[in-house]
Design a binder for this molecule. Sequence first.
Ligand code: ZN
Length: 237
Amino acid sequence: MTSHQDKAIVLFSGGQDSTLCLFWALQRYAHVETIGFNYGQRHHVELTARKIILSKLREIFPNESRKLREDHLCDLSTLGLISQTALTSKTQIEISASGLPTTFVPGRNLIFLNFAAAIAWRRGIDVLVGGMCETDYSGYPDCRRATLDAQAEALRLGMERDFHIETPLMHLDKAETWALAETLGGPRLTHLIIEHSHTCYLGDRSTRHDWGYGCGACPACDLRAKGWQKWQSASPT
Ligand code: ZN
């Protein structure tokens, strides 16, 4: 019988970071479930990407994927309605007067982790895995480790379960994230991430760059591209 610490649920959006976190979890836990959220994103591209990535992982990494279990999709469209940001409405992507980008959905990760924990509680899972990162983070305060430590404590107290929030990318920059993909899964994983993970805020899948598909100009594409270039120049393959 597996212990609760052998089971994890991964916040999986279909993006570069969460795809890598999913693979990381598959190498560490005996039982891995995934959870995604539909919150009225401007584009459903990433929800499509999730399904493709799950299917490709099973095809390319049959050994790791034997641990892949249920995929949960939560409808949080209310979140999109109450938080008018550039990710969920037609607001321009830019830095607002508060210093945060307009892509900031207030409290989004806090809400996601609460839902993930509620599902984990029912399914006997104690480990929550997320791709939050404070090195390159776009100014999102709910991606910081201090925030997540406080939330893990609130979840432990509020649900009386020994929850842990694992954030394997927390202290990596985007170049190091690419390097970690290569270390964990070799070129097959890097290739899968390039071809199938989705990052672009504008939902562009028409232009293929070395680092994957995207408009090439939005802040998410910019971060992904710069990380790729830095990684490539550090270790040409
Ligand atoms: Zn873009």
